[in-house]
Design a protein around this ligand. Structure first.
Ligand SMILES: [Zn+2]
Ligand SMILES: [Zn+2]
Length: 283
C-alpha cells in the first residue's frame, strides 16, 4: 500500500523549493498519487474484472466501475476488527453475543472523494503538465504554467491526501456468493458475484490480458450453465471440430487471415474476415 505520509512530505518539499520546475514536478507527483490510490484498490479486484470489461481507464472511473459491477466496498470507509471466539462458539448466537467479544482493530480503509480527486487530477494536468498553446494575443511563449495557480491545486491535493493518510488498509473482493469459472485455455480463476449472472446470457471475459476466451453464462432451474463463447469450424483434413474463441477475431481487420492448425491431424485451415450477406424477407 502506498505510503501517503512519505508522498505528502516529498510533495511539500518540492513546494518549499518553490522553483517553476519543482512546483511542476509536485503537480506530476500529485497526479501520479491520485492514480496510484485508485489503481491499488482496483488491483484487489483483478479476479473479478477482465481488462476487456473496463470501459474507461481514468482513476475515478476505474473505482466507479468496480463499485457498480462488483462491490461498492472498494470505496467505503470500513474498519476491520478481529476477536477470538475461544471455546464460546456454541454460545454465540445473536449479534449482541458477537459484539461482546474482545476485538482488536486491524485497520481502516478510508473513502476517497472521487469527484474531488477527479477534478484535481484534471486541473493539475491542465495547469502544469502541458505547454500552453499560444494564440495571436500572446506576446511570448512560456515553458511552465502559472506557479501560483499550480501551487494552489497542489495544496488542495495535499489536503485530499492528508484526509486519507490515516487509512492503513484496503479491502478487495466480494462479500457474498460468487460463481467461479476456471478458464479452459489459461487456467485463470474468474470470479463473478452470483447475483450479477442471474439475468442470463451474461458474457464473462477471461481476466488474463492476453487470453481470448470468454464464456456465456445462463441461470436455469437454480443452476448456472456455462459454455465457451466460440465459433465452430470443421477441419478439412479429418472433420474434427475447430473451436475458435470469439475474442480471437476482435483484433482482426477486413480480409485478415486467421490460420488454424487442427489439434487432431495438424492440417491447416484459413478463416478470412469478410462481410457476410444476410437476405431479409420483404415485409
Ligand atoms: Zn483465459
Ligand atoms: Zn484435422
Amino acid at each position: 500500500m502506498l505510503d501517503l505520509s512519505r508522498k505528502i512530505a516529498e510533495i511539500e518539499k518540492l513546494l518549499e523549493e518553490g522553483s517553476d520546475a519543482s512546483v511542476t514536478y509536485a503537480a506530476l507527483e500529485c497526479r501520479l498519487t491520485i492514480e496510484y490510490i485508485c489503481y491499488e484498490r482496483f488491483k484487489l479486484f483483478h479476479s473479478y474484472l477482465s481488462p476487456k470489461d473496463m470501459e474507461r481507464w481514468q482513476p475515478k472511473h476505474i473505482v466507479k466501475q468496480v463499485s457498480e459491477d462488483i462491490s461498492d466496498i472498494i470505496n467505503d470507509e470500513v474498519t476491520v476488527s478481529v476477536a477470538s471466539r475461544g471455546d464460546e462458539l456454541n454460545e454465540l448466537v445473536t449479534q449482541e453475543d458477537y459484539e461482546k467479544l474482545d476485538y482488536k482493530t486491524l485497520g481502516t480503509q478510508k473513502s476517497v472523494d472521487l469527484s474531488k480527486a477527479h477534478k484535481l487530477w484534471n486541473s493539475l494536468s491542465g495547469l502544469a503538465l502541458h505547454v500552453h498553446l499560444p494564440s495571436v494575443d500572446d506576446e511570448g511563449q512560456n515553458f511552465y504554467g502559472s506557479t501560483e495557480k499550480i501551487k494552489s491545486k497542489v495544496k488542495a491535493a495535499v489536503d485530499l491526501f492528508n484526509g486519507l493518510k490515516n487509512g492503513d488498509l484496503i479491502i478487495g473482493g466480494f462479500l457474498g456468493e460468487t460463481f467461479n469459472i476456471e478458464c479452459v485455455s489459461c487456467g485463470a480463476l474468474i470470479k463473478k458475484p452470483a447475483m450479477k449472472l442471474k439475468s442470463g446470457n451474461v458474457v464473462v471475459n477471461c481476466i488474463s490480458p492476453n487470453c481470448p476466451e470468454s464464456y456465456l453464462v445462463n441461470y436455469m432451474n437454480g443452476e448456472y450453465v456455462t459454455e465457451r463463447n466460440v465459433f465452430k469450424f470443421k477441419c478439412n483434413g479429418c472433420g474434427h471440430d475447430l473451436d475458435v474463441p470469439h475474442q480471437t477475431f476482435s483484433k482482426l481487420h477486413l480480409n485478415s487471415n486467421l490460420e488454424i492448425t487442427c489439434g487432431n491431424c495438424q492440417s491447416k485451415t484459413s478463416v478470412i474476415m469478410r462481410p457476410l450477406i444476410k437476405f431479409e424477407k420483404n415485409t
